[in-house]
Design a protein around this ligand. Sequence first.
Ligand SMILES: Cc1ncc(COP(=O)(O)O)c(C=O)c1O
Length: 232
Amino acid sequence: MQKDKVTPAASQGVKRISSRLDGIHESATLKLNALVQAMKARGEDVINLTAGEPDFDVPEAAKAAVLEGVRANHSKYTAVPGIVPLREAIARKTSDAQGIAWNASQVIVTNGAKQALYNAFIALLEPGDEVLIPAPYWLSYPEMVKLAGGIPKFLPTRFEQGFKLTPEQLRSSLGPRVKAIILNSPSNPTGRCIRLKSSKRWVGFLRIRESGSSVMRSMTELFLRLRSFVRF
Ligand SMILES: Cc1ncc(COP(=O)(O)O)c(C=O)c1O
């Protein structure tokens, strides 16, 4: 008896990769980083200004806490948003830093900022929803928005104006399809910080918009503590 032959999908003209990946670009930062690593491997003297990483080792207290967790067999599944003591600590730290009261029920722990933002976009964006991104911007933002079906809209800012958005710029870009605006402070790559007073104004301003058109603010402050090390 002859076995049914299964023709591979690719040879039937079926795309192997989903169309969700159409128009998604490779990370330019990681591409350049790989190039620098290859140049170094060839013995070339090159300074790497591509991927940004702290130049210090993992703090001893963090290493000790990880080892303690392993010894205590903290290796089982946890609650999806993270363990309560960690969420409480994050809420306390963020409340102190921002002067805005947060509690543990408003905190979700993720594997880094990238996952947090991507999850948020997946949860919030309908196909065709727009996300405002002040430029220059961290290169992953538009790709994450596109993967989640959204449309990135860039708001150019200039060195001469301290990379600030002007109120007119913001007003004129808040169309009916705008779902979110990404505010990154201190900004990668400009280093611009949004002052606490302005950050509260932003929250107030967007709350007004939220009641009318559900604009979400995505405030990414992953370099907040770096201000202790770097002067912006
Ligand atoms: C603005 C910005 N957001 C997010 C990330 C990535 O964060 P994580 O490594 O925590 O996912 C970076 C990394 O450089 C970044 O510059």
